[in-house]
Design a protein around this ligand. Structure first.
Ligand SMILES: NC(=O)c1ccc[n+]([C@@H]2O[C@H](COP(=O)([O-])OP(=O)(O)OC[C@H]3O[C@@H](n4cnc5c(N)ncnc54)[C@H](O)[C@@H]3O)[C@@H](O)[C@H]2O)c1
Length: 385
């Protein structure tokens, strides 16, 4: 089978790392082209807050051709796959241009930044023979796959109340990634960066959030008025499942980033991020299994079993957030090789975990009023809230 020709747009710390990891770690993919407005990210040494010093990418990947214009890269290279790693505020346009040319897309999250973009991308995807894979990293963690398994086996019963937190002080990234820095013309609402939290929770439900109320602390940690420190959203599905989501990118909390709790009719599951010297841990209880109705810690962490096994043959096959990114990339490439019609985490799933945050922002701006949530596949979807 010939290799899929892959290009990337966005060579920041995430794009560069992902491009190199996939090139080395995923069989069947060949890195051929890279694009960024800033040519220095390809031709010069760089220093990343989370990645340290890196030599010029052109030296590390001499076979890759660089472009500073995306349209030119799409026109010149016969790409099969494009990896979209531009700022979180601008993915949809890049995805749409590729899909229109029949190029498969692996898009980082969130899927879109507005309801207008959601409508546009939904229509483009419907008309395209190519597939869009949502790079919903946290859905590739081992403990999330374990949770899905427990739910499939009925050990938690019906999930009734779910919680997720993403607490990450991102101020060290402001200089390097200006789109993260709040200020005039860039009011930042952390609740819109919700896929890492909602992705794993929605993966165990067969419905989506339909209403939201949301409030914000406002700005206290810094003196920047456009910086909302922490936001809390409460979502509800049609069957009444409640989901509480807390998100903060400016805080003095030094604990780990992601925690999840699931209260089911027959059991309970949690994954709590590390706290100081206490490591992250995953636990569950279920009254459906003899002896398991007590607190049971399970030895599953970030890397899934599948990723661990693959990496025993080839160490480079495990990469990104404890192996989660490699899990998703392998799933994506397998789907392409098997000529599947849909990506494992398709645009519909991506929008279901992205749009609730956009509605949550609107709720917070209106003092916490309850707002109905609609998606582009609903007959009554509108681009205004
Ligand atoms: N999945 C995860 O866990 C995870 C983790 C970190 C970041 N991310 C996502 O990765 C993406 C990139 O984040 P980052 O931290 O690397 O940001 P970044 O600012 O370092 O990188 C974005 C790059 O895109 C380039 N760019 C912007 N507009 C462009 C255009 N029109 N044409 C070509 N290049 C353009 C910028 O020059 C910049 O180098 C974001 O969407 C972010 O949400 C995801």
């Amino acid at each position: 089978m010939t290799d899929f020709r892959m290009g990337v747009v966005g060579l920041g710390h995430r794009g560069r790392a992902m491009f190199q990891w996939v090139a080395k770690g995923v069989d069947g993919v060949k890195a051929v082209a890279a694009c960024d407005l800033n040519a220095d990210l390809f031709y010069k040494d760089v220093h990343f807050c989370y990645g340290g010093h890196k030599p010029p990418l052109c030296d590390e990947m001499p076979e890759v051709k660089f472009y500073d214009q995306y349209d030119e890269m799409l026109a010149q290279e016969e790409l099969d796959i494009i990896m979209v790693e531009t700022p979180a505020t601008c993915h949809a346009e890049f995805c749409a241009k590729a899909l229109k040319k029949g190029i498969h897309v692996y898009s980082d999250i969130p899927s879109v930044a507005s309801l207008e973009e959601a409508k546009m991308l939904w229509e483009v995807q419907a008309a395209s023979p190519a597939m869009l894979m949502t790079g919903a990293t946290t859905c590739g963690w081992g403990f999330v796959l374990a949770l899905q398994d427990l739910v499939r086996q009925g050990l938690l019963g019906k999930p009734c109340y779910l919680e997720a937190e993403y607490i990450h002080d991102c101020r060290p990234l402001w200089e390097e990634t200006p789109w993260r820095k709040p200020g005039k013309g860039n009011h930042r609402y952390p609740i819109t960066y919700c896929t890492h939290s909602l992705g794993p929770l929605l993966s165990i439900l067969d419905e989506v959030p339909r209403h939201v109320i949301c409030l914000s602390t406002g700005s206290h940690v810094t003196d920047i008025p456009e910086a909302e420190d922490l936001m809390v959203a409460l979502y509800q599905t049609d069957s009444g499942v409640l989901i509480r989501h807390t998100n903060s990118f400016i805080n003095q909390c030094t604990a780990g980033n992601h925690s999840y709790r699931i209260f089911g009719s027959e059991g309970y599951f949690e994954h709590l991020a590390h706290r100081g010297s206490q490591p992250a841990r995953t636990a569950f209880s279920s009254r459906k299994l003899y002896g398991m109705d007590k607190w049971t810690e399970i030895p599953v962490g970030f890397a899934s079993r599948e990723v661990e096994i693959r990496s025993q043959q080839k160490p480079a096959a495990m990469f990104g957030h404890g192996g989660a990114d490699s899990f998703l990339w392998h799933q994506f490439v397998e789907a392409l090789q098997n000529k599947e019609k849909e990506a494992p985490i398709n645009l519909q799933k991506g929008l279901a975990m992205t749009l609730p945050g956009i509605y949550a922002q609107a709720s917070a701006e209106r003092g916490g009023v309850k707002i109905p949530i609609r998606y582009p596949w609903d007959d009554d979807f509108k681009t205004e809230i």
